[in-house]
Design a protein around this ligand. Structure first.
Ligand code: ATP
Length: 445
């Protein structure tokens, strides 16, 4: 298990370098809400792009969707969220803290007097109230009247926006099972105990895909997506020994699922879910058919039959994935008697791909470096830096995961070559300035 302060180091790096800031900080903060800074927003975009490319653009059997956050309230009745999307809540009679009754083994006791004590101990000591169900959906009102007729919910998952558009997509895309509909977007859950930085928040982004299959084929596709999704994380650099698949026990399965497996990552706070791959049967389509009165079946032309497809759903969190990539990439190394902090991010995820430096601020080097940086910027996210010793500039880029640095020095004026330095090996080679963009493109993949 990594050292307990590993998360503190990530949180501090994120704040210092502009990945993630506490939300509403100047007003004292808004608990468990986070703002993504200049580097964080790029990292998140890269995570989403990697997902979208792999699940939608590179496939001919998945199409995209961007549905509304506010939907008709009946959507959430049909899906079961109004009655069933709740967690068990308990209060501590002594310290007044609130806990999720099913998370007591991991949660810390709320009292300073018992620092380090787990909430499960307080439960065993009889300090907690009976558990009561707490619905996690945020309610709001649409329009000027705040009455029961105007209630709307902020979506707690993006999946239902996909189910209710099943026939729309079917009609326009001419797809037939097996095929999928994918969506990335914000979801909201009034979590009882948010925490662990961006791991569990009340506002977060999801990447979800509903894959519609002939009922007889569900198992084959469940296994296919389980393996695909595991590989997606390792392909993007997560160490496989830090990832595992955890099948759900029958007692743990959601009422609509006949199988589910979580992809878990070993965070500094323990093994935790990054993504769930669920076999949702035909529950959702049938529910929406019942509640809306609209048929939600597929007509199989070859067999001349109508049927409800079964659904395999890989559902991932953007913020959790970003956190896993950051934690996994973070390393402190000893280099020539100094500590080098480096993010070994996969180049596809790195916010800045290449940094350009003049060795010194004279002899025409800044002008040449800026010209090279402008040229490279047309193809890659770049960063120009001329302040401080060049070694410090390398370290600053290592800390944010920039895979390559280019230095313009005295030799550049003589033979038009520059130094190309690679982040992980710290190896430097000389490259012709004219061949630089090509050399970078090749290495960045
Ligand atoms: P958990 O058991 O951690 O509450 P869940 O099983 O309820 O998660 P799902 O409903 O399967 O989560 O949602 C799919 C994915 O959305 C999760 O695997 C996670 O990556 C992300 N997610 C869910 N809730 C949150 C949250 N509160 N904050 C950040 N990401 C979340």
């Amino acid at each position: 298990m990594p050292a307990p302060d590993a998360m503190d180091k990530i949180v501090s790096l994120c704040k210092r370098r502009g990945f993630v800031f506490p939300a509403s900080e100047i007003y004292g903060g808004q608990a468990s809400c986070w703002d993504y800074g200049p580097l964080g927003v790029e990292l998140k975009r890269n995570v989403k792009d990697a997902w979208w490319t792999s699940l939608v653009q590179r496939r001919d059997d998945v199409v995209g969707l961007d549905s509304a956050i506010l939907q008709h309230p009946e959507v959430w009745n049909a899906s079961g969220h109004v009655t069933g999307f709740s967690d068990p809540l308990v209060d501590c009679r002594e310290c007044k803290a609130r806990f999720r009754a099913d998370h007591l083994e991991k949660a810390d006791c709320g009292s300073r007097a018992y620092a380090g004590r787990k909430a499960a101990k307080c439960r065993d000591a009889g300090l907690f109230t009976e558990a009561r169900q707490f619905n996690l959906m945020f309610k709001t009102h649409v329009g000027p009247m705040e009455d029961s007729a105007s209630i709307a919910y902020l979506r707690p998952e993006t999946a239902q926006g996909i189910f209710i558009n099943f026939t729309n997509v079917l009609n326009c895309s001419r797809k037939k099972p097996p095929f999928g509909i994918a969506q990335i977007g914000k979801s909201f859950r009034n979590e009882i105990t948010p925490g662990n930085f961006i791991f569990r928040t009340r506002e977060f982004e999801q990447m979800e895909m509903e894959f519609f299959v002939p009922p007889a084929d569900w198992q084959k596709w469940f296994e296919y997506w389980r393996d695909e999704r595991f590989r997606w994380y390792t392909d993007l650099g997560i160490r496989s020994e830090k990832l595992r698949l955890r099948p759900h026990a029958d007692t743990e399965l959601a009422h609509y699922a006949n199988a589910c497996v979580d992809v878990e990552y070993e965070f500094p706070f323990g093994w935790s879910e990054l993504e769930g791959i669920a076999s949702r049967t035909d529950f959702d389509l049938k529910q929406h058919e019942k509640h809306s009165g609209r048929e939600m079946k597929f007509f199989d032309d070859a067999k001349k039959t109508h049927y409800h497809p079964f659904v395999i759903e890989p559902a991932a969190g953007v913020d959790r994935a970003a956190l896993a990539f950051l934690v996994d990439a973070y390393q402190e190394e000893q280099v020539e008697g100094e500590t080098r902090t480096v993010l070994h991010l996969n180049p596809r995820l790195a916010p800045v791909k290449v940094a350009v430096f003049p060795l010194v601020r004279k002899e025409g080097m800044p002008e040449r470096a800026l010209a090279i940086e402008r040229e490279l910027r047309r193809r890659f996210p770049t960063f120009y830096d001329e302040s401080g010793a060049v070694g410090r500039r390398y370290r600053r880029q290592d800390e944010i995961g920039t895979p390559f640095c280019v230095t313009i020095d005295g030799e550049t004026a003589e033979n038009d070559t520059v130094t190309l330095r690679e982040r992980d090996s710290m190896q430097q080679i000389r490259v012709n300035a004219g061949a630089l963009a090509g050399a970078l493109a090749e290495r960045l993949g």
